[in-house]
Design a protein around this ligand. Structure first.
Ligand code: MN
Length: 451
């Protein structure tokens, strides 16, 4: 069985108020061409089709026209679309009866009464278990295992089994993820891999925008996030962070030919205090997966081939390029305002990219900075988005060290905030912020008790 795995399209997404329709149409066109070339048996879209639960008519039209093209391009191919946390589950299913006539399955909600509705059989090829995003309490205990055993019963020929989901798995790498909009993702740690049971060969996940693979220990099973085909935030610069040497597939024009590991830039997006390590340990201390074995070359869709049940899936990526790349200047990290202004002034005027400027400051940004930047932007084709003021590390000694999971679990939320604030700003958390935070936590706890 050959599948194309993608997720997190976020159709209708705007970046700092700029419309991205043109890029999204181009992204879809590239995915169409890849599909035409690869001719998979199934096309899997693992959630976050749209950016918001009530997408505009334009976004919906973009999606439905694309589905029609996809179906026409490879007529026998199954298309399976599940809802992500950005989608409305009910809306995802609105046209299901009609779409199923052309082998398009849209699954938006958990069907406890009819679990068989989550199973799609590709005769003689394999099985797909399709699960949308759902909060823990909407998924009955052991639901994944029930589905796996239903499939196992039918699967007398030993065909491959693929599961789809939209969630956070433990130890996933969040870097670049815009958590402002995704704070309801099953806790900071996410779901233990064992939750999914062992009745699948490949788990096609959506939700985390950074592509990554987990190898389930002592088995051939793979769990993978395909990642976003085009970035939804400046921090989703996949190729930068992986330090890929061969960058032929880079989508981001800031990556030089001899791309090397760039240091992490301090940004306003929170990163989780847990840092990913070489292996993930479950609560019981045994390793559930081993580190990623697949190198990542920028934003892409994944092509997966599995020959039979129990055999190791073969994964490769097909690059998707963004016609309007997201660029952070200066390339080598923040500089003082005067220098950044010069860098921006010297940026080619004909590149239609999005621009973020990283400015190193000691106290505050010069008040004239925005006016000056607007003036420069007027002469250029690029879309200026923001100035990211990065406070210079003063003499403070950051508590920058990895915390053990057990240690982290013993921390109070306020301690985590204090640590985070200190790492970010080099000082102590102001009293008023502390009070505000404690009050919010208290309110939340009351709400949880009442519900
Ligand atoms: Mn997403």
């Amino acid at each position: 069985m050959k599948i194309l795995h993608t997720s997190d399209w976020h159709l209708g997404h705007t970046l700092y108020g700029y419309d991205r329709q043109e890029e999204q149409q181009d992204m879809l066109q590239q995915i169409l061409e890849i599909t035409r070339k690869e001719r998979p048996d199934a096309f899997l879209l693992s959630g976050d089709v749209y950016d918001i639960p009530q997408p505009s008519a334009t976004s919906q039209k973009m999606f439905s026209e694309f589905m029609a093209k996809l179906h026409k391009a490879v007529p026998g191919m199954r298309i399976i679309v599940t809802a992500g946390n950005h989608d409305s589950g009910m809306r995802t299913e609105a046209f299901q009866s009609l779409l199923s006539m052309v082998d398009i399955h849209t699954i938006g909600t958990i069907d406890k009464e009819h679990p068989e509705n989550h199973i799609i059989e590709l005769a003689g090829k394999g099985f797909i278990i399709a699960l949308p995003y759902a909060s823990d309490r909407n998924i009955p205990d052991g639901f994944h295992e029930t589905l796996c055993s239903m499939v196992a019963e039918k699967n007398t020929e030993g065909l491959p089994v693929v599961m789809m989901g939209h969630t956070t798995v433990k130890s996933a790498d969040f870097s670049g993820h815009d958590q402002k909009f995704d704070n309801i993702i099953g806790g900071i740690e996410g779901v233990d891999i064992s939750t999914f049971g062992d009745g699948f060969d490949y788990l096609a996940l959506g939700h985390i925008h950074r592509p990554q693979t987990f190898h389930v220990k002592d088995s051939n099973r793979l769990i993978r996030y395909s990642g976003t085909p085009i970035a939804t935030s400046f921090d989703e610069d996949v190729s930068h962070r992986t330090g890929v040497q061969d960058n032929t597939g880079c989508t981001d024009a800031t990556v030089p030919k001899d791309a090397k590991e760039t240091k992490e830039i301090k940004d306003p997006t929170p990163t989780p205090p847990l840092e990913r390590e070489g292996s993930g340990l479950s609560e019981h201390g045994h390793s559930l997966w081993e580190g990623s074995g697949l190198s990542e070359h920028g934003h892409s869709v994944s092509i997966v081939e599995i020959h039979s049940r129990g055999e190791k899936p073969i994964v490769r990526t097909e690059i998707v390029k963004n016609i309007h790349p997201l660029i952070t200047l200066p390339e080598d990290g923040p500089l003082p305002w005067n220098e950044v202004r010069e860098v921006f002034d010297g940026y080619p005027s004909n590149i239609q990219s999005y621009i973020r400027l990283n400015v190193a400051i000691e106290d505050t940004l010069p008040s004239s900075a925005y006016a000056e930047v607007q003036e420069i932007a007027k002469k250029k084709a690029c879309r200026f988005c923001l100035i990211n003021a990065v406070r210079q590390e003063k003499s403070h000694t950051a508590t920058h060290r990895t915390m053990e999971l057990s240690e982290f679990q013993q921390q109070q939320p306020i301690d985590i905030l204090k640590r985070y604030y200190h790492d970010k700003n080099g000082g102590d958390l102001p009293q008023d912020l502390e009070e505000m935070f404690l009050e919010a936590v208290k309110e939340l706890e009351e709400q949880i008790r009442e519900s």
